[in-house]
Design a protein around this ligand. Structure first.
Ligand code: ACO
Length: 368
C-alpha cells in the first residue's frame, strides 16, 4: 500500500463543486473564479451557486434572500441552551452545540434525498448566520432579528456590531465572507464528506466540520493570526523572528496546496486591507502585514493564506477576535452543505486503510 502522510496530493473524491487551479492561480467554483465572485456578487448569489448548482436569476435570488431571513430565527430552546453554557466557553464550541441542537427541530432531519438536503441547507445557512451574528448577544440575554431589507452578510454584521454597516465596511466584510465560502477538500470539508458518507444527517456532517474548523491549523488560524497585529512593524518583526527561532508556526502562513506562492484569496484581501487603511488614514496594519509577508518569504519561503489578511480587516471593522472563526463557519457552511448534497447523491462510504505499525501475536496470558 502506498502512503502519503496527511493524504498530501491524494485525490479522495471526485467533485464538480470547486478546484484549486495552481497553474491559472485561480479557485474555480462551479466554473467561476472565486476572486471574481467575491468582487462582483453578493454572498447569497454564491451560496445559491453552491447549493443549487447555478447562479440565481432575479426571481430565484429574491426567493433565496427571503428564505434566508424567514428561516433565520433559531428556536427559543436552542437560544436557552446557549444562554446556559459557561460564559468563558469559546464561541466555536457554543456554535457547535447550537447547530447540534438545531437538528432536533428540523422536520426533515432523516430525509437525505437531494431536494430535502437542499431545503435543510437553506435552513442551516440561515440559522447558522443568525447564531454567529448573535453569539455575543445571546450571552447578554438577547438577540437581533435578521431584517428583510438587508442581505445575509449585512445582517450578520448588523447583529455583530449593532448598527447598519457603512457601505465600505460591508464591502470589505462581504468580500472576505465570500472568499471563505468554499475551498475544495479542506480538512473540515473532508470531515463533512466522511460523516455524510455514512448517510448520517447533514446537521451531523456540519457539526463535525465546525469541530474540524476550530483547529488553529485550519480556520482557528484567523483568530491566532491577530496576535502579530498588536505590534508596530519592528515589534512584529521581532515577534516573528522569535517564533521562528523557537521553531513555532506563524499563524496565517503556509498552505498544503499553495506551496510556491500566495493564496489567491489572500491577494484579494491584501488589497481590501490597503483600501481600509487608506480610508481610515492609518496604515500601520498594512505596513505590519507587508513586512511580515516579506520576512516569511525570505526566511521560510512561506506565503500568507487567507486568514493572515482577514485578521487585520476584521480588527479594523471592530469585530471581536472570538467571532473570527465563527464568521468563517457562517460562510463555509454553504460549501459544506454543497459537498454533503453531492456526497449523498452518489454515495460510497469512506473506508480507507491504515498501515499497521504495532505488534502482532501478543499473548494475553502471562502478563504477571
Ligand atoms: N510557520 C512556520 N513554519 C511553517 C508554517 C508556519 N505557518 N507552516 C509550515 N511551516 C514549516 C513546517 O514547520 C515545515 O518545516 P520543516 O520542513 O522544517 O519541518 C514546513 O514548513 C512544511 O510544513 P508542513 O507541516 O509540511 O505543511 P502542511 O502542509 O502539513 O501544513 C499548514 C499546512 C497546516 C497550513 C501549515 O502551513 C500551518 O500550520 N500554517 C499555520 C496555520 C494556518 O495559517 N492555517 C490556516 C490554513 S488556511 C485556512 O484554513 C483558510
Amino acid at each position: 500500500m502506498s502512503y502519503s502522510p496527511g493524504l498530501e496530493n491524494v485525490p479522495a473524491t471526485e467533485s464538480s463543486i470547486s478546484t484549486i487551479d495552481l497553474e491559472a492561480g485561480k479557485i474555480w467554483i462551479r466554473g467561476y473564479s472565486l476572486e471574481e465572485l467575491a468582487m462582483e456578487c453578493t454572498y447569497e448569489e454564491v451560496a445559491h451557486l453552491l447549493i443549487y448548482g447555478h447562479l440565481p436569476d432575479t426571481r430565484e435570488l429574491n426567493e433565496f434572500r427571503r428564505k434566508l431571513v424567514d428561516e433565520s430565527l433559531a428556536p427559543k430552546e436552542v437560544l436557552d441552551i446557549l444562554g446556559m453554557l459557561p460564559k468563558d466557553m469559546h464561541p466555536m464550541d457554543l456554535l457547535k452545540t447550537g447547530i447540534a441542537a438545531l437538528s432536533g427541530f428540523d422536520p426533515e432531519l432523516e430525509n437525505s434525498d437531494i431536494e430535502a438536503n437542499r431545503r435543510k441547507s437553506v435552513r442551516i445557512l440561515a440559522k447558522t448566520g443568525f447564531l454567529v451574528g448573535n453569539l455575543g448577544n445571546i450571552r447578554e440575554g438577547g438577540f437581533r432579528l435578521f431584517r428583510s431589507d438587508l442581505g445575509h452578510a449585512a445582517n450578520l454584521l448588523y447583529a455583530i456590531i449593532g448598527r447598519r454597516a457603512e457601505s465600505w465596511e460591508l464591502k470589505a466584510f462581504e468580500t472576505a465572507f465570500i472568499l471563505y465560502v468554499e475551498h475544495e477538500l479542506a480538512a473540515s470539508t473532508f470531515a463533512a464528506r466522511v460523516i455524510a458518507s455514512t448517510m448520517a444527517d447533514i446537521y451531523g456532517a456540519v457539526v463535525g466540520a465546525v469541530a474540524a474548523l476550530k483547529g488553529p491549523l485550519h480556520g482557528g488560524a484567523n483568530e491566532k493570526a491577530l496576535e502579530i497585529f498588536q505590534y508596530d512593524v519592528e515589534g512584529a518583526e521581532k515577534f516573528v523572528r522569535e517564533r521562528l527561532a523557537r521553531k513555532e508556526r506563524v499563524m496565517g502562513f503556509g498552505h498544503r496546496v499553495y506551496r510556491r506562492g500566495i493564496d489567491p484569496r489572500a491577494e484579494v484581501m491584501k488589497n481590501v486591507l490597503a483600501e481600509l487603511c487608506n480610508r481610515i488614514g492609518d496604515d500601520r496594519l498594512y505596513r505590519v502585514a507587508v513586512r511580515v509577508e516579506e520576512l516569511m518569504a525570505n526566511e521560510k519561503n512561506l506565503y500568507p493564506n487567507l486568514d493572515f489578511y482577514v485578521a487585520p480587516v476584521y480588527k479594523l471593522l471592530g469585530i471581536s477576535p472570538g467571532l473570527f472563526t465563527p464568521i468563517f463557519v457562517a460562510s463555509r457552511v454553504a460549501g459544506w452543505c454543497a459537498h454533503v448534497i453531492e456526497q449523498q447523491a452518489a454515495n460510497r462510504i469512506f473506508r480507507p486503510r491504515a498501515i499497521y505499525t504495532g505488534p502482532r501475536g501478543q499473548k494475553i496470558s502471562g502478563r504477571g
